[in-house]
Design a protein around this ligand. Sequence first.
Ligand SMILES: O=C(O)CCC(=O)C(=O)O
Ligand SMILES: [Fe+2]
Length: 272
Amino acid sequence: MCWMKGCDDWREMGEELDDEREILKQVFGDSSEDEDCEDQTVIGDSAYEGGHIRRWEQAKEIKGLWLCRSFLSPQQESSLLSAIRNEGWFMEASQNQAMRFGNLPTWAAELSDSIHEAVLSSNHMTDPLIVDRHNGVKIDCPLPSDILWREPLFDQMIANMYQPGEGICAHVDLMRFEDGIAIVSLESPCVMHFTRVDETSRNPTSKGEVDVSMSKVPIYLNPGSVVLLWGEARYLWKHEINRKPGFQMWEGQELTQGRRTSITLRKLCQVD
Ligand SMILES: O=C(O)CCC(=O)C(=O)O
Ligand SMILES: [Fe+2]
Protein backbone atom coordinates (compact mmCIF):
# COMPACT_ATOMS: atom_id res chain seq x y z
CA MET A 1 0.00 0.00 0.00
CA CYS A 2 1.27 3.41 -0.85
CA TRP A 3 0.83 5.68 2.16
CA MET A 4 1.98 8.93 0.56
CA LYS A 5 -0.54 9.14 -2.23
CA GLY A 6 -4.25 8.46 -2.47
CA CYS A 7 -4.78 8.37 1.28
CA ASP A 8 -7.47 10.73 2.62
CA ASP A 9 -5.87 11.34 5.94
CA TRP A 10 -2.25 10.91 5.23
CA ARG A 11 -1.15 13.36 7.91
CA GLU A 12 -2.61 11.22 10.65
CA MET A 13 -1.11 8.22 8.97
CA GLY A 14 2.13 10.17 8.75
CA GLU A 15 2.09 10.76 12.51
CA GLU A 16 1.58 7.08 13.13
CA LEU A 17 4.45 6.46 10.79
CA ASP A 18 6.65 8.89 12.69
CA ASP A 19 6.05 6.79 15.81
CA GLU A 20 6.65 3.69 13.79
CA ARG A 21 9.88 5.16 12.46
CA GLU A 22 11.03 5.91 15.99
CA ILE A 23 10.37 2.30 16.99
CA LEU A 24 12.11 1.04 13.87
CA LYS A 25 15.05 3.25 14.64
CA GLN A 26 15.30 1.66 18.05
CA VAL A 27 14.98 -1.84 16.68
CA PHE A 28 17.05 -1.59 13.50
CA GLY A 29 19.20 1.46 14.18
CA ASP A 30 19.01 4.54 12.03
CA SER A 31 18.65 4.29 8.27
CA SER A 32 20.74 5.54 5.41
CA GLU A 33 20.08 9.07 6.53
CA ASP A 34 22.89 8.42 9.01
CA GLU A 35 25.95 10.38 8.01
CA ASP A 36 28.06 7.27 8.54
CA CYS A 37 26.06 5.38 5.98
CA GLU A 38 26.25 8.04 3.32
CA ASP A 39 28.92 6.18 1.42
CA GLN A 40 26.84 3.09 1.10
CA THR A 41 23.51 4.04 -0.32
CA VAL A 42 21.16 6.73 -1.41
CA ILE A 43 17.73 6.85 0.03
CA GLY A 44 15.03 5.11 -1.91
CA ASP A 45 11.58 5.39 -0.42
CA SER A 46 9.30 3.99 2.22
CA ALA A 47 6.12 2.02 2.10
CA TYR A 48 3.85 0.99 4.95
CA GLU A 49 3.23 -2.71 4.69
CA GLY A 50 2.42 -5.60 6.98
CA GLY A 51 2.58 -3.41 10.09
CA HIS A 52 5.97 -1.86 9.48
CA ILE A 53 7.74 0.52 7.15
CA ARG A 54 9.69 -0.91 4.28
CA ARG A 55 12.21 1.46 2.88
CA TRP A 56 14.18 0.69 -0.26
CA GLU A 57 17.67 2.04 -0.84
CA GLN A 58 19.86 1.68 -3.87
CA ALA A 59 23.63 1.43 -3.90
CA LYS A 60 25.18 4.56 -5.35
CA GLU A 61 28.03 2.75 -7.07
CA ILE A 62 26.29 -0.42 -8.19
CA LYS A 63 23.42 -0.26 -10.66
CA GLY A 64 20.78 -2.84 -9.91
CA LEU A 65 21.62 -3.32 -6.23
CA TRP A 66 18.66 -2.52 -4.00
CA LEU A 67 18.41 -3.08 -0.28
CA CYS A 68 15.43 -3.15 2.04
CA ARG A 69 16.78 -3.27 5.56
CA SER A 70 13.38 -3.41 7.20
CA PHE A 71 12.02 -6.17 4.98
CA LEU A 72 11.17 -8.51 7.89
CA SER A 73 9.94 -7.40 11.28
CA PRO A 74 11.75 -9.10 14.19
CA GLN A 75 8.70 -11.32 14.62
CA GLN A 76 8.64 -12.30 10.93
CA GLU A 77 12.34 -13.02 11.11
CA SER A 78 11.95 -15.39 14.03
CA SER A 79 9.01 -17.23 12.41
CA LEU A 80 11.08 -17.64 9.27
CA LEU A 81 13.98 -19.01 11.29
CA SER A 82 11.65 -21.48 13.03
CA ALA A 83 10.33 -22.63 9.64
CA ILE A 84 13.90 -23.18 8.44
CA ARG A 85 14.84 -25.07 11.61
CA ASN A 86 11.71 -27.22 11.20
CA GLU A 87 13.04 -28.40 7.85
CA GLY A 88 15.75 -30.21 9.87
CA TRP A 89 18.44 -29.23 7.37
CA PHE A 90 21.25 -28.20 9.67
CA MET A 91 21.19 -30.95 12.28
CA GLU A 92 24.81 -31.96 11.85
CA ALA A 93 27.82 -29.66 12.02
CA SER A 94 28.86 -30.71 8.50
CA GLN A 95 25.54 -29.56 7.01
CA ASN A 96 25.53 -25.89 6.21
CA GLN A 97 23.64 -25.65 2.93
CA ALA A 98 20.30 -26.83 1.58
CA MET A 99 18.90 -26.37 -1.94
CA ARG A 100 15.45 -26.67 -3.40
CA PHE A 101 14.48 -26.57 -7.08
CA GLY A 102 11.00 -26.25 -8.53
CA ASN A 103 8.31 -26.18 -5.88
CA LEU A 104 9.63 -24.21 -2.96
CA PRO A 105 8.66 -24.94 0.66
CA THR A 106 5.56 -22.92 1.62
CA TRP A 107 7.52 -20.45 3.74
CA ALA A 108 9.96 -19.81 0.85
CA ALA A 109 7.08 -19.30 -1.60
CA GLU A 110 5.61 -16.83 0.92
CA LEU A 111 8.96 -15.10 1.15
CA SER A 112 8.98 -14.79 -2.62
CA ASP A 113 5.44 -13.31 -2.51
CA SER A 114 6.53 -10.85 0.18
CA ILE A 115 9.42 -9.69 -2.00
CA HIS A 116 6.99 -9.16 -4.87
CA GLU A 117 4.66 -7.19 -2.58
CA ALA A 118 7.45 -5.17 -1.04
CA VAL A 119 8.74 -4.14 -4.46
CA LEU A 120 5.25 -3.39 -5.68
CA SER A 121 4.49 -1.22 -2.69
CA SER A 122 7.62 0.83 -3.21
CA ASN A 123 6.83 4.38 -4.25
CA HIS A 124 9.17 3.88 -7.17
CA MET A 125 6.61 1.56 -8.68
CA THR A 126 3.76 4.06 -8.82
CA ASP A 127 4.88 5.31 -12.21
CA PRO A 128 4.88 2.39 -14.66
CA LEU A 129 6.98 4.36 -17.13
CA ILE A 130 10.07 4.15 -15.00
CA VAL A 131 10.03 0.39 -14.70
CA ASP A 132 10.20 -0.72 -18.31
CA ARG A 133 13.84 -1.25 -19.19
CA HIS A 134 13.08 -2.38 -22.74
CA ASN A 135 11.80 1.01 -23.87
CA GLY A 136 14.97 2.81 -23.04
CA VAL A 137 13.13 4.36 -20.11
CA LYS A 138 15.08 5.21 -16.99
CA ILE A 139 15.03 2.41 -14.45
CA ASP A 140 14.77 3.58 -10.89
CA CYS A 141 12.94 0.85 -9.05
CA PRO A 142 13.94 -2.12 -6.90
CA LEU A 143 13.10 -4.65 -9.63
CA PRO A 144 12.21 -4.07 -13.30
CA SER A 145 8.75 -5.19 -14.36
CA ASP A 146 9.89 -8.08 -16.58
CA ILE A 147 11.48 -9.69 -13.53
CA LEU A 148 8.84 -8.64 -11.03
CA TRP A 149 5.98 -10.12 -13.08
CA ARG A 150 7.59 -13.32 -14.33
CA GLU A 151 5.99 -16.58 -13.20
CA PRO A 152 7.20 -17.82 -10.88
CA LEU A 153 9.33 -15.00 -9.57
CA PHE A 154 11.70 -17.59 -8.05
CA ASP A 155 11.90 -21.37 -8.36
CA GLN A 156 15.22 -22.12 -6.74
CA MET A 157 16.30 -21.58 -3.18
CA ILE A 158 19.51 -22.02 -1.22
CA ALA A 159 19.62 -21.79 2.54
CA ASN A 160 23.13 -21.16 3.83
CA MET A 161 24.19 -21.33 7.44
CA TYR A 162 27.50 -19.74 8.37
CA GLN A 163 29.30 -20.20 11.66
CA PRO A 164 31.49 -17.32 12.86
CA GLY A 165 34.51 -17.06 10.57
CA GLU A 166 32.75 -18.73 7.64
CA GLY A 167 31.80 -16.83 4.51
CA ILE A 168 31.56 -17.16 0.75
CA CYS A 169 34.26 -16.44 -1.86
CA ALA A 170 33.88 -13.74 -4.50
CA HIS A 171 31.63 -14.97 -7.31
CA VAL A 172 29.04 -14.06 -9.88
CA ASP A 173 26.05 -16.38 -9.60
CA LEU A 174 25.93 -19.06 -12.29
CA MET A 175 24.54 -18.15 -15.71
CA ARG A 176 22.04 -21.00 -15.42
CA PHE A 177 20.05 -18.60 -13.27
CA GLU A 178 18.09 -15.74 -14.74
CA ASP A 179 18.55 -12.11 -13.87
CA GLY A 180 17.06 -10.99 -10.54
CA ILE A 181 18.38 -12.59 -7.34
CA ALA A 182 17.20 -11.97 -3.78
CA ILE A 183 19.20 -12.64 -0.62
CA VAL A 184 17.45 -12.51 2.74
CA SER A 185 19.74 -12.23 5.78
CA LEU A 186 18.91 -13.70 9.18
CA GLU A 187 20.53 -13.82 12.62
CA SER A 188 23.95 -12.14 12.48
CA PRO A 189 24.72 -9.04 10.41
CA CYS A 190 27.54 -9.11 7.89
CA VAL A 191 29.31 -6.96 5.35
CA MET A 192 29.03 -8.23 1.78
CA HIS A 193 31.71 -6.85 -0.53
CA PHE A 194 31.16 -6.18 -4.22
CA THR A 195 33.96 -5.97 -6.80
CA ARG A 196 33.51 -5.25 -10.50
CA VAL A 197 34.23 -8.27 -12.67
CA ASP A 198 36.52 -6.24 -14.95
CA GLU A 199 38.32 -4.61 -12.00
CA THR A 200 41.26 -6.98 -12.27
CA SER A 201 42.18 -5.66 -15.71
CA ARG A 202 41.48 -2.04 -14.81
CA ASN A 203 43.45 -1.73 -11.63
CA PRO A 204 46.94 -3.24 -11.83
CA THR A 205 49.53 -2.01 -9.33
CA SER A 206 53.09 -1.05 -10.33
CA LYS A 207 54.12 -4.69 -9.80
CA GLY A 208 51.37 -5.85 -12.09
CA GLU A 209 49.38 -7.14 -9.13
CA VAL A 210 45.82 -6.19 -8.56
CA ASP A 211 44.65 -4.23 -5.57
CA VAL A 212 40.96 -4.96 -5.53
CA SER A 213 40.57 -3.80 -1.93
CA MET A 214 40.61 -0.21 -3.27
CA SER A 215 37.55 -0.79 -5.37
CA LYS A 216 35.48 -3.02 -3.11
CA VAL A 217 32.07 -1.69 -2.25
CA PRO A 218 30.90 -2.81 1.20
CA ILE A 219 27.20 -3.33 1.81
CA TYR A 220 25.96 -3.94 5.33
CA LEU A 221 23.34 -6.68 5.49
CA ASN A 222 21.41 -6.59 8.73
CA PRO A 223 19.24 -9.46 9.88
CA GLY A 224 15.77 -9.08 8.41
CA SER A 225 17.07 -7.34 5.29
CA VAL A 226 16.67 -8.35 1.67
CA VAL A 227 19.09 -7.38 -1.07
CA LEU A 228 18.10 -7.57 -4.74
CA LEU A 229 20.69 -7.99 -7.48
CA TRP A 230 19.79 -7.45 -11.10
CA GLY A 231 21.39 -6.08 -14.26
CA GLU A 232 24.92 -4.84 -13.55
CA ALA A 233 24.82 -5.88 -9.90
CA ARG A 234 24.01 -9.44 -10.94
CA TYR A 235 26.30 -9.79 -13.98
CA LEU A 236 29.11 -7.25 -13.68
CA TRP A 237 29.88 -7.40 -9.97
CA LYS A 238 31.19 -10.27 -7.85
CA HIS A 239 29.91 -10.57 -4.32
CA GLU A 240 31.63 -12.13 -1.34
CA ILE A 241 31.44 -12.40 2.43
CA ASN A 242 34.80 -12.63 4.12
CA ARG A 243 34.31 -13.39 7.79
CA LYS A 244 37.96 -14.00 8.59
CA PRO A 245 39.21 -11.86 11.49
CA GLY A 246 39.69 -8.24 10.44
CA PHE A 247 37.45 -8.26 7.37
CA GLN A 248 34.00 -7.61 8.82
CA MET A 249 34.50 -3.91 9.46
CA TRP A 250 31.64 -1.45 9.57
CA GLU A 251 31.78 2.17 10.62
CA GLY A 252 35.32 1.67 11.88
CA GLN A 253 34.42 -1.25 14.12
CA GLU A 254 34.80 -4.97 13.63
CA LEU A 255 31.42 -6.71 13.75
CA THR A 256 30.90 -9.29 16.44
CA GLN A 257 30.18 -12.46 14.57
CA GLY A 258 27.48 -14.93 15.40
CA ARG A 259 25.81 -17.61 13.33
CA ARG A 260 24.32 -16.21 10.13
CA THR A 261 21.64 -17.80 7.98
CA SER A 262 20.70 -16.59 4.53
CA ILE A 263 18.07 -17.50 2.00
CA THR A 264 18.95 -16.92 -1.66
CA LEU A 265 16.10 -17.00 -4.18
CA ARG A 266 16.67 -17.28 -7.91
CA LYS A 267 14.98 -18.46 -11.08
CA LEU A 268 16.46 -21.15 -13.29
CA CYS A 269 16.84 -20.29 -16.97
CA GLN A 270 14.43 -22.17 -19.22
CA VAL A 271 16.00 -24.88 -21.35
CA ASP A 272 14.22 -25.32 -24.67
O1 LIG B 1 24.76 -16.09 1.99
C1 LIG B 1 24.69 -15.07 1.33
O2 LIG B 1 24.35 -14.00 1.81
C2 LIG B 1 25.07 -15.09 -0.13
C3 LIG B 1 24.88 -16.40 -0.77
C4 LIG B 1 25.28 -16.38 -2.22
O3 LIG B 1 25.87 -15.46 -2.70
C5 LIG B 1 24.92 -17.50 -3.09
O4 LIG B 1 24.37 -18.50 -2.60
O5 LIG B 1 25.20 -17.42 -4.29
FE1 LIG C 1 25.85 -15.49 -4.84
